[in-house]
Design a protein around this ligand. Structure first.
Ligand code: PGA
Length: 249
């Protein structure tokens, strides 16, 4: 059985005052059935770890460098993230692909280094609106999947987030059929490449404008094992109902 996962990505939002939101989530969901990951900015990880040493919340980072250590000014290694309290890392988010020209091969290299350090990885994939309109979505996903996921993986440490770029931060959400089609496709591709035992243990998250009012319908889709949530994860009162919907699914 795959454990459901609700992951909150704060992106470049949050200072010390916002740690109270993580504390509130940790307190409100002590009995959660789902796993809860909060990914605040790196600057808050260490302090957030005060609220997550025990309890339902695990911490995630939003990126890591593809090198183990060394002369890479300003970059942060997987080992440093673990030291700061993170056990997950989000990789290949479309904003990093766009803002930092990260390619699938970089994502794969980062995943290898993070897995080697002992982290779990959440690898993001997703099509642009033009690609969806040209009916190229599955080809785009197949390419990203083939190149971004390293050959040597353990299924329970890999999470894949399907995040259509046009749904991120826009309030637009694909139809239930579109979500189902892509999630089924990803599961089938994983099975072809890694075999069914590994493929069945990889959790597939949907991401892009998940809100309290649409979460239950999305979580009812086969092969959706949870969500990667941006805007609605910043405030505990918004994220909590999403976690409850996942618990109930
Ligand atoms: P959103 O972001 O929930 O604000 O659309 C999702 C994401 O980018 O992970």
């Amino acid at each position: 059985m795959r454990r459901k996962l609700a992951a909150g990505n704060w992106k470049m939002n949050g200072t010390s005052a916002d740690l109270a939101q993580i504390e509130a989530i940790a307190q409100a969901h002590t009995g959660a059935l789902s796993e809860i990951v909060m990914a605040p900015p790196t600057t808050l990880l260490h302090r957030a770890s005060e609220f997550t040493k025990t309890g339902p919340v695990t911490l995630g980072a939003q990126d890591c460098d593809k090198h183990e250590n060394g002369a890479h000014t300003g970059d942060i290694s997987a080992e440093m993230l673990i030291d700061a309290g993170a056990s997950y890392v989000i990789l290949g988010h479309s904003e990093r692909r766009a803002d930092h020209a990260e390619h699938d091969e970089d994502v794969s290299a980062k995943a290898q280094i993070a897995l080697k350090a002992g982290m779990r990885v959440i690898i993001c994939l997703g099509e642009e609106l033009e690609e969806r309109e040209a009916e190229n979505t599955l080809d785009v996903i197949a390419g990203q999947l083939a190149r971004s996921i390293p050959a040597d993986i353990s299924g329970d440490r890999l999470v894949i987030a399907y995040e259509p770029i046009w749904a991120i931060g826009t309030g637009k959400v694909p139809s239930i059929e579109q979500i189902a089609e892509v999630h089924d496709f990803i599961r089938a591709r994983l099975e072809e490449r890694f075999g069914s035992r590994i493929a069945r243990s990889v959790r597939l998250l949907y991401g892009g404008s998940v809100k309290p009012n649409n979460a239950a319908a999305i979580f009812a889709v086969d092969n959706v094992d949870g969500a990667l949530v941006g805007g609605a994860s910043l405030i505990a009162d918004d994220f909590s109902p999403i976690i409850n919907a996942l618990d109930a699914s």
